[in-house]
Design a protein around this ligand. Structure first.
Ligand code: 5GP
Ligand code: ZN
Length: 116
């Protein structure tokens, strides 16, 4: 179900443009407008879910598909073998700013741990 006020629902529907790198019936992936690594792709379910806290059993399949898309995109971006990071921020303390679930796929540089 789309949320009429949600930026990522509008990107999913095509109402707002984005640099798409992958999509299927359930997920869409596009480059982050403010990339934090040479590859920084956001992978979202088409179905609107605000945060991890709002997930229900009905979306568990979507979550699998986000990770399957991450693996496909990592290969096409050429970062699968060197390695990459996937991150999902939940609410304010983690720095979530867009309240439509999204997996960050980051790669193309050495990551540090712990994250900031
Ligand atoms: P969060 O902080 O919620 O985990 O991540 C939201 C991400 O969305 C940020 O990395 C931000 O740069 C990205 N973002 C915000 N607005 C847009 C937009 O209009 N287009 C694209 N492609 N990315 C966006
Ligand atoms: Zn949405």
């Amino acid at each position: 179900m789309a949320d009429a006020d949600c930026l990522f629902c509008k990107i999913s529907s095509g109402e707002i443009a984005a640099d798409r790198v992958f999509e299927n019936d359930s997920v869409v992936a596009f480059r982050d407008i403010n990339p934090q690594a040479p590859t920084h792709v956001l992978i979202i379910p088409r179905r609107h879910v605000a945060t991890i806290n709002d997930l229900t059993d009905g979306e568990s399949g979507d979550i699998n598909l986000l990770f399957e898309a991450a693996a496909i995109i990592a290969r096409t971006e050429g970062i699968a073998e060197d390695g990459y990071r996937v991150t999902m921020n939940c609410n304010a303390a983690a720095g979530q700013t867009v309240f439509h679930l999204h997996l960050h796929l980051l790669g193309g540089r050495q990551m540090t741990w712990p994250p900031g």
